[in-house]
Design a binder for this molecule. Structure first.
Ligand code: BES
Ligand code: MN
Ligand code: ZN
Length: 515
């Protein structure tokens, strides 16, 4: 899908389809009013017949509309004018692109992006217009022998009169590419998307964007003492990998942000095996890893002036003759011993060694992303990602990035009171803490390996994919992470003239959270 901007009057647009918005109560948006005038009341006439009332997300496709240059006209319901904000805008763009993908239009001009939003500016509308449009057109049919042959919607122009709009459109397209990569990796089945495959994808990505990529094998991980990660790897014949990516957009001395993504390419539960119902969905257990690769795709395209390290512990969780058993004790790279009471709590085992490994890059901030607990799905459903952090400023910045990108997170407690639940009589810590607050105790486990940096943990178990009829990866939290990094990069740029007074810049980023 190609994106561009259009500045002229809507009735003059020569695209296959002109898209305009109508508020509830058949109230025309400004571009719609212009089209109504040019068509001598054709649009308001249609509305009077009651074919479209303006309910959010409803659409009406019209042909042969007089007075307009476009071949078709698509009316999109925008909902109540007083409530037209980020959410409604996204829903309207999505609805428009879905309707268009089912029709014969190859190109469209969207006159929705200049309608004032309550809570966002014009640059936001362009960036997210592009990202949402591209997402709405996403298909995963590469494993079907007969592809849907339809050409579909190939070109979309968004309305703006801002001369600098190109940058927002480009960022939107970059974000969309990142989301799409994360979705593809998530949707691929476990027999294709193995740890080796993930490593290959990371290397391809590095080659495309001239990044540095290292892939460690099990022997190298053994030398580092990654007993927790290798404990999980023992049950499967698929060799585990530790994937490390470096994006260098700033000076070498700038301490990086590290993104650590859980890369369990299939989670059977191991010896503590899972019930078979819906177990296929455990192919999505590498969605954290997918989101790291997707975010790298996006920020590399955006050429953000920051340094980012990606670390992906990739492994399959299987039962086997050599697999770890409940009660087994392993020694993590940090030196802490772990009693494995449940082999299905494997995510924290691979992540804890990856967190310790992150220390060598002297990161300013570490964010891990993991489909970590079913308990998080019970707590927050599929709406919000669970956010935990040992630093209040970091938590705040991530929550804000989630709001901005409509890829929202909700902060959960990381109080030391919960540590009681993961005490072990035999080792330094147990890998499970019972049913109560399962998402919190998982985060508390990880916190023990994150003392050396500002750290946040995103539990995406409920948000990374959709189940049921619409089963598929969502690409979350690529928008949140990318927006967080964009904000950082923009802040760094804004502070550049103040570089001589680093104390002022640094002051904002203190405020360790008490546990
Ligand atoms: N990958 C799962 C978490 C998960 C389960 C995500 C269902 C999404 C849907 C994770 O490895 C796991 O199995 N966690 C266990 C932990 C428990 C044994 C303490 C869980 O949540 O049941
Ligand atoms: Mn598991
Ligand atoms: Zn898992």
């Amino acid at each position: 899908m190609e994106f561009s901007t259009v500045a002229g009057a809507p009735e003059k647009s020569r695209s296959d389809c002109l898209v305009i918005g109508v508020f509830e109560g058949s109230e025309l948006s400004e571009p719609a009013r212009q089209v109504d005038k040019a068509s001598k009341g054709f649009v308001s006439g249609i509305l009077k017949h009651g074919d479209l009332e303006g309910r959010l997300g409803t659409t009406l496709l019209l042909h042969d509309v007089p007075g307009i240059a476009a071949k078709r006209l698509l009316l999109v319901g925008l909902g109540k004018r007083a409530e037209f904000g980020a959410r409604a805008y996204r829903d309207a763009v999505r609805a428009a692109v879905r309707t268009l993908s089912e029709g014969g239009s190859a190109s469209a001009a969207l006159y929705l992006s200049r309608i004032p939003l309550q809570d966002r500016d014009g640059g936001w509308a362009l960036l997210h217009g592009v990202a949402v449009a591209r997402e709405a057109g996403y298909r995963f049919d590469r494993l079907k022998s007969k592809k849907n042959g339809r050409k579909g919607l190939g070109r979309i122009a968004l309305h703006t009169d801002d001369a600098d709009a190109g940058a927002s459109v480009e960022r939107g397209a970059a974000l969309a590419e990142g989301v799409s990569l994360a979705k593809d990796l998530g949707n691929l089945p476990g027999n294709i998307c193995t740890p080796t495959y993930l490593a290959k994808q990371a290397q391809d990505l590095a080659r495309r964007h001239k990044l540095e990529c290292q892939v460690l094998d099990e022997r190298e991980m053994g030398k580092l003492g990654m007993g927790a990660l290798l404990g999980v790897a023992r049950g499967t014949r698929e060799p585990a990998r530790l994937i490390v990516l470096h994006y260098r957009g700033a000076a070498r001395k700038d301490r990086p942000v590290a993104l650590v993504g859980k890369g369990i390419t299939f989670d059977t539960g191991g010896i503590s095996i899972k019930p078979s119902a819906e177990m296929d969905e455990m192919k999505y257990d590498m969605s954290g890893a997918g989101s790291v690769l997707g975010t790298f795709e996006a920020i590399a395209r955006m050429k953000l002036p920051i340094n980012v390290v990606g670390i992906i512990p990739a492994c399959e969780n299987m039962p086997g003759g050599n697999a770890i058993k409940p009660g087994d004790i392993v020694t993590s790279m940090s030196g802490q011993t772990i009693e494995i009471l449940n082999t299905d709590a494997e995510g924290r085992l691979v992540l804890c060694d990856a967190l310790t490994y992150a220390e060598r890059f002297e990161p300013d901030t570490v964010i891990d992303i993991a489909t970590l607990t079913g308990a998080c799905v019970i707590a927050l459903g599929s709406v919000a990602t669970g956010l935990y952090s040992n630093d209040d400023t970091l938590a705040h910045d991530l929550l804000e990035a989630g709001q901005l990108s409509w890829d929202r997170a909700w902060q959960m407690p990381l109080w030391s009171d919960y540590d009681e639940q993961i005490k072990s009589p035999f080792a330094d810590v147990a890998n499970v803490g019972g049913r109560p607050a399962g998402s919190v105790t998982a985060a508390c486990f990880l916190a023990r390996f994150a003392h050396k940096f500002k750290w946040a943990h995103l539990d995406i178990a409920g948000t990374a994919w959709r189940s049921g009829k619409e089963k598929g990866s969502t690409g979350r939290p690529v928008p949140l992470l990318t927006t967080f990094l964009m904000q950082r990069a923009d802040a760094a740029k804004a502070l550049a003239p103040l570089a001589k007074k680093p104390a002022a810049a640094r002051k904002r980023r203190t405020g360790r959270s008490s546990r």
